[in-house]
Design a protein around this ligand. Structure first.
Ligand code: ADP
Ligand code: MG
Length: 323
């Protein structure tokens, strides 16, 4: 790394943010030295963001910084892990200081909220790709996994899935909306709110969990496959934002977005019936919407039921990067 690049890293990334007690050595050496608290397992997740693929080209730099961290925090949330450290590999075409300032501002605003310390990284010249790895803690044996759903469990989702996918369609000019609705949906795409506190409180309550990055149907499908079960989903129970309802008067189109579009970073989880009251209470206390949308059944596969009780054939599929 050249001196100017080193100065750049120091200016934008290493001279700011929270300082944690469990970091013995942060940025500046060949490795960071970190202490995992006794009795905890280390939860690790990495995501790469490519411009034009994971966010629209021209997205505000602060939103990119926010999202780079939010997607990893969402993975920790889905495991019931408490965020602690991040490492950041940045590939940039040039040292655009305006972009770097915005990116770092967006990143650290979210990192500070969840007490995440940036403890290392790498900076190289190349096409713009942002890879961020997150590390968190979860008490041994307590992680929320995908393989714990059992027959009779109820299925919940937080927030209003479909908003981010519709926000992307708006950004691409495929719909038109009022300024307020367009702003709301674009914000849902650009600045997802990772459900960290909900994930932490679901430990010991949810039987399985996943975060929604590829679409509710596809991601719930991962829980079903890993747990060796199936599910019945009530389309009438899907929760929508009022902006989505205004833009999509047709029920089939709403189902399509809520079930098939990605990037929402909400949580989908299963709960034994006797613990449902606890779930609804904790979500209300955290001011996070949550809705029961179906039930785990023994027969494999995901069955979608219309409001009139009939089975919907040709279910919408989740977004598949290689599909
Ligand atoms: P090395 O060549 O030993 O891998 P570098 O010269 O690439 O180290 O980096 C020097 C220090 O700066 C290291 O501690 C590294 O973790 C940190 N660093 C480099 N790039 C970033 C970045 N984008 N964000 C945070 N820390 C970084
Ligand atoms: Mg080295």
């Amino acid at each position: 790394m050249s001196l100017s690049e080193f100065n750049l890293i120091e200016r934008y990334f290493t001279a700011r943010g929270v300082r944690r007690e469990d970091v013995a050595l942060g940025v500046g050496d060949d490795c960071a030295l970190l202490r995992v608290p006794a009795g905890m397992e280390l939860a690790v997740s990495i995501d790469a963001l490519v411009e034009g693929h994971h966010y629209p080209a021209g997205t505000d730099a602060a939103a990119v910084g926010h999202k780079a961290l939010a997607v990893g925090l969402s993975d920790l949330a889905a495991m019931g892990a408490e965020p602690a450290w991040a490492t950041l590999a940045l590939s940039l075409p040039e040292a655009d200081e305006g972009w770097l300032q915005g990116f770092a501002d967006g990143l650290f605003a979210l990192a500070d909220r969840f007490r995440v310390q940036l403890v290392g990284g790498d900076t190289v010249r190349g096409p713009r790709v942002i890879s961020l790895q997150l590390h968190g803690f979860v008490p041994q044996g307590m992680a929320l996994r995908r393989d714990g759903a059992t027959v009779g469990d109820l299925i919940y989702v937080t927030g209003t899935p479909g908003d981010a996918g519709l926000g992307l369609e708006l950004a691409l000019g495929r719909y038109s909306a009022s300024d307020a609705d367009a702003r709301y949906l674009r914000e849902r795409l650009d600045r997802p709110e990772p459900r960290v506190m909900v994930g932490l409180q679901l430990r010991g309550i949810a039987s399985a969990a996943i975060d929604i990055s590829d679409g509710l149907a596809a991601d719930l499908g991962h829980i079903l496959a890993r747990s060796g079960v199936g599910a019945r989903l009530e389309l009438a129970q899907l929760p929508y934002s009022s902006a989505l309802q205004r833009l999509l008067p047709d029920a089939l189109e709403r189902w399509h977005y809520a079930l098939g579009s990605g990037d929402d970073y909400e949580l989908c989880f299963t709960v034994p019936p006797e613990r449902c009251a606890a779930v609804e209470q904790l979500c209300a206390a955290l001011d996070c919407g949550c809705q029961c949308i179906g039930r785990i059944e023994a027969a494999p596969g995901l069955r979608l039921y219309r409001p009139d009780g009939t089975l919907l054939e040709n279910s919408p599929h989740g977004f598949d990067h290689f599909g």
